[in-house]
Ligand binder design. Structure first.
Ligand code: SF4
Ligand code: SF4
Length: 124
């Protein structure tokens, strides 16, 4: 009896697998719908950034760097190739200046794309 039950469960599993739609996505042929909260490419709101450097200090991957001369003169740089897309910078930024989108990070063959100046503030 156990033998038949096992056989039946295997056959029903095979039929189920044949009938149900694939669990994987058809990307890049089809649209890729990433869920809300997916930690994808970083977005930056230049107007919100005050240059506090908190994101730089807490980045575990050394993917953010700040060249700071004064409060009114600084440059915030992101190195996407080092970034772990961990969300730490978003969590730490009290001004909502840096945050994740739910978009995939696009590859680049342009070396300039490996250094992204997020904000450059110069003294007026
Ligand atoms: S992005 Fe946010 S945490 Fe980073 S320097 Fe700007 S204000 Fe500070
Ligand atoms: S997502 Fe993580 S690794 Fe990338 S810059 Fe922010 S804190 Fe650094």
């Amino acid at each position: 009896m156990t033998y038949f039950r096992k056989r039946f469960s295997i056959i029903s599993a095979i039929f189920e697998a044949l009938i149900k739609p694939p669990e994987t996505v058809d990307y890049p042929k089809g649209a890729l719908m990433l869920p809300e909260g997916f930690r994808g490419a970083l977005l930056f709101d230049t107007d919100q950034c005050i240059g506090c450097g908190l994101c730089v200090r807490n980045c575990p991957a050394d993917a953010l760097h700040m060249e700071k001369k004064s409060r009114d003169e600084y440059k915030l740089i992101h190195y996407p190739a080092r970034c772990a897309y961990c969300g730490q910078c978003e969590d730490n930024c009290r001004h909502g200046a840096i945050y994740h989108s739910n978009q995939l990070v696009k590859p680049t063959d342009n070396p300039a794309g490996l250094i992204v100046v997020l904000k450059e503030k110069k003294e007026a």
